[in-house]
Ligand binder design. Structure first.
Ligand code: OGA
Ligand code: MN
Length: 286
């Protein structure tokens, strides 16, 4: 039976080999993947070329599926499953979207450091992103380890932030980018979620500095002071020594833990085709 092998990538991720994700995972393989995620938080599987069905089946073997923001913006969907997020600059008709197309703002929003679905409860646990078409230049995805970020905070800062609650709101990043065309109903459709700024991973016992662009307020602080603190903490958490940068190859499947990392896409030329598909599981609380 094929078993998981890990080749560590700096500073925390790992390349995973030995498992073919196109086939159903055995219970032993699922356990091995989960344990590898506990340790590395980001796993890179090369040469997978998953079909949409294979990607959905792989994700389902790791937990219930998350729908993200798709319930907010209905519209036509390009993929076979509503549960797959279309991380692309391609329109329903198969053509690359014009820069002014509504879809492009979603591409830009993904270039801000974030944790998928941290604006809702339950939030996202694992995201699994599969590369279909990648541009010649740019379009990398970066990951920052929020456990390393916590460990790297000076004592005074750890004492300052422990016990604080951050409010995460789905549309905060969109508003930042000037995307404000939402009805009152849409604005209320996903109410803000409050998460402790400092968390302990129930599986590993490691502490996590849970920041990201969806966090827009600190409970009990003024907006100004809370936002400044969040900006400072994000700057700290995303220093190069805590960041793994993934350069995509077609067929890659990259998996990350949204409860212990943040990620962002990097610049690419929006006139070039970039097509990825994401399946995401919900966090199941103990
Ligand atoms: C995502 C995401 C970034 C990228 O799929 O959740 O944020 O590089 N992607 O496309
Ligand atoms: Mn994302």
């Amino acid at each position: 039976m094929s078993m998981l092998h890990l080749n560590p990538l700096q500073p925390f991720a790992a390349e995973a080999t030995g498992i073919d994700l196109r086939d159903p995972l055995t219970p032993a393989q699922i356990k091995a993947v989960e344990e590898a995620m506990d340790q590395h938080a980001v796993l890179v599987f090369r040469h997978q070329h998953l079909s949409q069905t294979q990607q959905i089946e792989f994700a389902k073997s790791l937990g219930p599926l998350d729908m993200g923001l798709r319930k907010l913006k209905g519209g036509p969907h390009r993929l076979e499953y509503a549960e797959l997020a279309d991380i692309s600059n391609v329109k329903v008709d198969g053509e690359v979207a014009d820069r002014a197309h509504a879809k492009i703002v979603g591409n830009v929003a993904n270039q801000l450091w974030h944790s998928d679905s941290s604006f809702q409860k339950p939030r996202a646990k694992y995201s699994m992103l599969s590369a279909v078409t990648v541009p010649d230049f740019g379009g990398e995805t970066e990951f920052a380890d929020l456990r390393m970020a916590w460990d790297g905070l000076p004592d005074w800062r750890q004492r300052q932030v422990d016990g604080l609650q951050a409010i995460h709101y789905a549309l905060h990043s969109r508003f930042l980018l000037g995307d404000t065309q939402y009805t009152e109903e849409q604005r209320k459709a996903i109410p803000p979620a409050s998460w402790p700024l400092v968390q302990t991973d129930p599986r590993t016992g490691r502490k996590i500095l849970f920041v990201g662009i969806h966090a827009c307020e600190i409970e009990g602080m003024t907006l100004a002071e809370g936002r400044m603190l969040l900006l400072d903490l994000m700057e700290h958490a995303t220093q190069r020594q805590f960041v793994y940068q993934h350069r995509w190859q077609v067929g890659d499947l990259v998996m990350w833990d949204n409860t212990s990392t943040v990620h962002r896409g990097r610049w690419f030329d929006f006139t070039e085709r970039r097509e990825l598909r994401r399946a995401t599981t919900e966090e199941v609380s103990a």
